[in-house]
Design a protein around this ligand. Structure first.
Ligand code: FAD
Length: 403
């Protein structure tokens, strides 16, 4: 293999390129990305960059000394792919025929229906989005009135950062609790309480019915319960969609992501990684697509090794335990494992009332997750145990020993 093309110049794509070099690949690596910037980290976009506490330069992924000899094709979009010939077409012209292709083209925010063309409605995925939202949150007369639609982790982080900037914040969530489809109720509730503690007006079980505008700019959000919330700005955090439309007709299977096998292989010579990839995680007996930083790193690395291994890589099964963190106000929230709303929960350290605790999460006699608030070392210990596998009883026994 002499020529590898990577589509998506972000976290998974860049980590894949690093791994190719570390594994000794000395052929050509072309990294194609439709943003004009070199790869950067997205988590600070809703946290320190949005707060104005970190400069854009501080989030670039390349470190001095990283010399990967990459052929950069930035501000360039791949518009079609033929998986059988490993041939890519680029928007600004040109075809590439590679010996191997890594698909790391990520996901983009789902837009809120009815907001097209309304000024003051923001999505958040790129550095430019973050800088634009920051500008909007910090200019104008008096505190800005922000409505966040969606109480998932990104919406929650934007709400927290905006409160820190002195904004009046309302969070609107269609479900009865934040993260109701993901977390057991007691944990979703504490995620809600962290915001009400800080003066956020949390409207749960309320859908968005429509918008009022003033001269083309947002002025209020109308809710399904008949109420209306005045707004200078709206931030939308209602989930993401994988960037796969350009792969229609490629010969790959697309089903809410690029479908791969257990090893991250999507077709001979084609692997996928990060937010765009769906694969059967053997550890959980479940097909998953994970939209978290940690997975973009480890799957990018894994996919690069898998591609280099060729036919010899069938045993390179990718079966991580998903891990996620979120920073809101002075709380670090961490979740490791694959959990659901009906799982059992046991707080084993600290207390929910203090918003400082570790809870174990179990299902069918097995430990399936650990959730922490301001308890990073303990969560890391439980992460290792989850990777090793542990019964619920053994986990509780270990916890009662204080380990
Ligand atoms: C605001 C924000 C905060 C976050 N905070 C956290 C956090 O606290 N904890 C956590 O675990 N995770 C967090 N995440 C999630 C994490 O950043 C993502 O999981 C990670 O960025 C995924 O990396 P990726 O490389 O797979 O995809 P992406 O980062 O989405 O990158 C894909 C790249 O491919 C480009 N692309 C798409 N299609 C094409 C094409 N056809 N041709 C060329 N280029 C293309 C895209 O423009 C993009 O640059 C956050 C994400 C956001 C947006």
């Amino acid at each position: 293999m002499r020529y590898i093309a990577i589509v998506g110049a972000s976290l998974a794509g860049y980590r894949a390129a690093q791994t190719l070099r570390r594994e000794g690949f000395d052929g050509t690596i072309t990294l194609i990305g439709d943003e004009r910037r070199r790869p950067y980290d997205r988590p600070p976009l809703s946290k320190k960059v949005l707060a104005g506490e970190a400069e854009p330069e501080s989030i670039v992924l390349e470190r001095s000394g990283d010399d990967l000899g990459i052929e950069w094709r930035l501000d360039e979009r791949a518009v079609s792919f033929d998986a059988s010939g490993l041939a890519l077409s680029l928007e600004r012209g040109g075809e590439l025929e590679a010996d191997g292709v890594i698909l790391a083209c990520g996901a983009r925010p789902r837009p809120l229906p009815g907001t097209d063309g309304i000024l003051g409605v923001h999505l958040l995925r790129t550095l430019d989005d973050s800088l634009a939202l920051r500008e909007a949150l910090t200019t104008g007369v008096g505190p800005r009135r922000l409505v966040v639609v969606g109480a998932g982790f990104i919406g929650a982080e934007v709400a927290a950062t905006a409160r820190g900037l002195g904004c009046e914040v309302t969070v609107v969530e269609a479900l009865d609790r934040p993260l109701a489809r993901v977390l057991p109720p007691v944990l979703g509730q504490v995620c809600a309480d962290v915001h009400t503690d800080q003066g956020v007006d949390l409207r749960l079980g309320a859908g968005v019915d429509g918008f009022d505008t003033d001269d083309g700019s947002i002025s209020a959000v109308r809710l399904s319960d008949g109420s209306s919330v005045e707004a200078d700005l709206v931030a939308v955090g209602i989930g993401v969609v994988p960037n796969t439309e350009w792969l229609d007709g490629s010969g790959l299977t697309i089903d809410n992501g690029v479908v791969c096998d257990e090893t991250t292989l999507a077709a001979p010579g084609v692997v996928a990684a990060g937010d765009v990839a769906r694969w059967p995680n053997r550890r959980f007996g479940e097909s998953m697509r994970v939209e978290h930083w940690d997975n973009a790193v480890s799957m990018g690395q894994h996919a690069a090794r898998r591609l280099l291994a060729g036919d010899g890589g069938v045993d390179l099964v990718y079966e991580p335990v998903p891990y996620f963190w979120s920073d809101q106000y002075d709380r670090k929230i961490q979740l490791v494992g694959r959990v659901g709303p009906d799982d059992q929960v046991q707080v084993i350290d600290g207390s929910i009332a203090d918003r400082r605790f570790v809870a174990l999460i179990g299902r069918d006699g097995q430990l399936v997750g650990a959730f922490g608030m301001n308890r990073p070392p303990a969560v890391q210990r439980w992460r290792t145990r989850l990777e090793e596998g542990m019964s619920w009883d053994d986990a509780l026994a270990l916890a009662s020993e204080g380990s």
